[in-house]
Structure formats: C-alpha cells, structure tokens
Design a protein around this ligand. Sequence first.
Ligand code: BEZ
Length: 215
Amino acid sequence: MEEEKVTQMPRIGDMAPDFKANTTYGPIQFSEYNKGSWVILFSHPADFTPVCTTEMSGFAVRHNEFKELNTKLMGLSIDSIHSHVAWVNNVKKNTGVLFDFPIVEDISMNVSKLYGMLQPNESETAAVRAVFFIDPEGKIRLMMYYPLNVGRNMDEIIRVLKALQTSDKHGVALPLDWKPGDKVIVPPPKTVEAMEEREKSSYEMVDFYLAKKDL
Ligand code: BEZ
C-alpha cells in the first residue's frame, strides 16, 4: 500500500506559527512584523514565472489600500534571496512596479512546511498559491489555497480582509457577496425574549434568524 503523505496544515483560529527568515527587506521575525497590524502572508510557486509576476504586481500596485487597512504584506517562495532580488529588479525595470514588501527566502522549505504551503500532490518542488490572513493578535483568520495554474483575485483578497475587519469591529456577519456599504447580518437571537424584541426592530428580516441592517 502506498504510504500516506501527511502535510501539516494550519487551521482557522490557530495562532500563526512564528519564524525568523531572511527577506528582501532583511531578516524578519514574523511575530515582530505582526505586532499591532494585520499581516497577509502569501506564497507563490516560483520567481520569474508569468502568473506569479501578475500576482506580485497586483499586491504591489494595491499596497496603499492594504496599508490603509492596517495590513502588512509578506510574500514567500522557496527561491533564494538572490533570485528574489533579481526578479524584483527585473519587474521594476520592465514595468516600473516595485515589489515594496518583504519576500521570504525559503530554500529550506521550513516556513512553507509550517504553513502547509507545500502540497506534494500539486507540486513536490514549489509552494502552492496560499494566502493567510493573520490578525494583530497573531491568529489565522482566513486561508486561501490556489493551485499552480490559477491566479488569485485581488478584489476578493481585499474584500475578505474588509469583511473580517468589519465583523470584528461591529460584531456582525457578512452575507454572500458582501461588499462595504451593503447590509450586514445581525447574529441570530439567543433567547426567546431577544427573538420577540427582534420582531419589533427595524431590521430587514427574512425571518427572525436572518436579519440584516445597515452599519
Ligand atoms: C506561473 O506563475 O506562471 C507558474 C508557476 C509555476 C507553475 C506554473 C505556473
């Protein structure tokens, strides 16, 4: 029988594994970088590849939006720092876009393994396209995993970041396709009294358990 491949996978709600790594902005201790802000930690399969170049450029072009959301970016692949720097230089020269956030060198694959970014049935030699949304307390709040041949969607990355922050700030949940400005879901009542109160509220109600309001 073929030996089962078990990959360590972080889960939503876990504390983000800490690590120290060499990056394009020098050595960084992740927990220090994470202090006081959200971090989006994302992996790409390889430097100097087409889909990855579009994705990294997407993060760089919208970096200010992330900063406005108190969110730092950190890229990662199992390439060397020399490769990362050469790629940053190449893209800057070709397109004028600077990858102005740290990109982790992970030749040892230690960080990729910690975060379940190596998924051997997709690739033995490259990290998949993972995105971790880590809150200022260091907790993993949302994860995305994409295969090698499909690029991510920057609007969706920013949408879910805003959704997480809105949920935290207002204690609400966000419905299908929610975007800022849309109504939000008020958590269902936990008592009969609260249920009866809800009947008198100004919420937009499908039924007592599905009530929406403007923020
Ligand atoms: C790309 O970024 O284009 C790519 C990288 C690794 C495998 C396939 C595509």
